[in-house]
Design a protein around this ligand. Structure first.
Ligand SMILES: [Ca+2]
Ligand SMILES: [Ca+2]
Ligand SMILES: [Ca+2]
Ligand SMILES: [Ca+2]
Ligand SMILES: [Zn+2]
Ligand SMILES: [Zn+2]
Length: 562
């Protein structure tokens, strides 16, 4: 700990005559100011550098600099939106830079000095004549560790390094090599070396590759339970963050903790990589389930993130206060997840809600279904259907739904929940978890963007019929196509046939065209085609058709007609 000298105290007393409220924070290791704040000078017509330099000269005792003109080199000036100027000075020792020691002088637009920050080291007294050549310094750095390699074109430079509070003259250069990640795996490194220019010893080195090492932690989700999490270690801050760098395409999944406010927010952080606090459960779920969604789109559909170009998936947990919702934000390209109020909904970080929101992102980057009227309800239905396939059940949001009127927010198998949808009171119905399941009951008002969360029930029912077969309103399916085929058909329709203005009838055609794309020539084609036609007819789109008899077992052998 360095002593603050009498003459420094006196200089600060003088500064307090300019501004009695002037504040100072000392760097107690080296005994100079780390930070000054106040109205520290009058306005001036002089150029900013001259104003800053005359201030530094007047208060050189405070900063413990003997000759500010020689010891401080102006390195950079930036001007912000308000017209404030920030002059960055590099500490020099007889013309040689002192590594990392900078002093920034802040001036208002009228050149009133409003502060400084950054500490410079007083009393440096080291020789500036190297005994070691630059070439020998490089040799020593390369010989330090076997896998160090030269980076061509990078010449060592002389500087003063203050390491463990001791200044020394060093050659500084960067070499390529390897480092160890936390999990023990070998990772590429760029080692910044400091070779003592008098003795040739390695004074210090650090890995200057600004990557955070990917690693894995453990966590407890609200819904996912105890799981392994893909995280990164931030070496500088010595903490872990919810960023998944293990995605094979290089896309990252980044989970932010909004802490009851709104994005932008920092990545969720933890000091020991065990994410088990109650408040972390939602962050754990957001992170874990977003990866499941990514994997579904990549492995099943060959899609590399929502834009199919490897975009990072940014998801925000704890958005707002008791927010009863979740959303995809087209303007921010991020998913937001609310905590729920605990009365009508629990936290919205369920797998199907997260899959639903990310599917909105896929839709935006493909069909672009306009979020109003039938195209909007189709957009909602696409999100519900793909979420159902990812989750593996036909309820949407069953895990955070606290209502007693329905099994979940939406029920794709029976949108009405036993006929409880009341066309005379659509808003109350949909809030209670009931939707229409036929065009006869279609909502035609303007609320809810003309019924995007209401009429999606009609499309959801058709999708459920295609996958599972059965009958609806007296119209029978010919086959159950199964979840996998439904997923392929709907993804194909979304990415290759639907347009932003597509309506429900267009969806029927898009699914039929997708069947042509994917299953023309398949022996099941005719009966699958009739099933699609009948599924849409069963919800009031188009007319039903007879199920064709297909001789599947062997040519010429047909089962008896039904
Ligand atoms: Ca922890
Ligand atoms: Ca938190
Ligand atoms: Ca489920
Ligand atoms: Ca579900
Ligand atoms: Zn680390
Ligand atoms: Zn939605």
């Amino acid at each position: 700990m360095a002593e603050i000298k009498r003459e420094q105290q006196n200089a600060f007393e003088n500064l307090k005559k300019v501004d009695p409220n002037a504040e100072i924070v000392w760097n107690e290791n080296i005994g100079t100011p780390n930070r000054l704040r106040g109205i520290l000078s009058r306005s001036s017509p002089e150029p900013p550098e001259a104003v800053a330099r005359s201030f530094l000269s007047e208060y050189r005792n405070l900063f413990a600099i003997k000759a500010p003109e020689e010891e401080l080199l102006l390195k950079d000036t930036s001007t912000d939106k308000q017209g404030n100027r920030h002059l960055r000075f590099q500490q020099m020792h007889h013309g040689i830079p002192v590594f990392g020691n900078e002093l920034i002088v802040h001036l208002k637009s009228d050149n009133v000095i409003q502060g400084t920050n950054g500490a410079i080291m007083p009393g440096i007294d080291v020789s500036t004549t190297a005994k070691l050549s630059a070439g020998d310094a490089r040799k020593n750095a390369l010989a330090d560790v076997p896998d160090n390699r030269e980076i061509p074109g990078k010449e060592p430079i002389l500087l003063v390094l203050v390491h463990e509070e001791k200044p020394s003259l060093c050659w500084h250069l960067t070499v390529e090599g390897t480092d160890r990640a936390l999990d023990g795996s070998e990772v590429p490194a760029e080692w910044a070396y400091f070779v003592d220019a008098l003795t040739g010893n390695i004074t210090w080195r650090y890995n200057n590759l600004p990557t955070h090492n990917r690693t894995t932690g453990t966590g407890v989700g609200n819904y996912a339970g105890s799981i392994t999490l893909n995280t990164v270690h931030d070496h500088t801050a010595n903490k872990y963050e919810l960023e998944d760098q293990w995605v094979p395409t290089g896309a990252r999944i980044r989970t932010h903790d909004c802490n009851n406010t709104f994005p932008p927010a920092d990545l969720s952080a933890d000091n020991n990589n065990n994410w088990s606090l109650t408040g972390q459960g939602s962050e754990v779920d957001c992170h874990y389930y977003s990866r499941i969604v990514f994997d579904y789109y990549l492995m099943v559909h060959g899609r590399n993130s929502f834009d199919d170009a490897g975009a990072d998936m940014e998801i925000n947990a704890h958005v707002g206060s008791n927010w009863n919702n979740a959303s995809w934000s087209p303007s921010q390209q991020q998913v937001k997840i609310g905590d729920g109020d605990g009365t009508t909904y629990d936290a919205f970080c369920t797998i199907d809600i997260i899959a639903h929101e990310w599917t909105h992102a896929v839709t935006e980057h493909t069909a672009g279904l306009i979020y109003y009227g039938e195209s909007g309800a189709l957009n909602e239905s696409m999100s519900d259907v793909l979420a159902a396939l990812i989750d593996g059940d036909w309820l949407q949001g069953e895990d955070n739904w606290l209502g007693a009127t329905a099994p979940a927010g939406r029920n794709l198998a029976d949108p009405t929940n036993g006929g409880q949808y009341d066309p005379a009171d659509p808003i109350t119905s949909v809030m209670a978890g009931h939707q229409p399941d036929h065009m006869d009951d279609k909502y035609t008002g303007t609320a809810d963007n003309a019924g995007v969360h209401i009429n999606s029930g009609i499309m959801n029912k058709a999708a459920h019929l295609i996958a599972t077969g059965g009958a609806h309103r007296g119209i029978a399916m010919c086959e159950a196509l199964g979840n996998d085929v439904l997923g392929r058909l709907y993804y194909q329709a979304l990415t290759s046939h639907l347009t932003s203005g597509s309506d429900f009838a267009d969806m029927r055609d898009a699914v039929l065209d997708s069947l042509d794309d994917l299953y023309a020539g398949d022996p099941r084609y005719d009966r699958w085609r009739a099933t699609i036609i009948n599924a849409f007819a069963a919800v009031g789109i188009g007319t039903a058709t007879a199920c064709p008899i297909v001789c599947w077992i062997a040519p010429g052998f047909c089962p008896p007609s039904p």
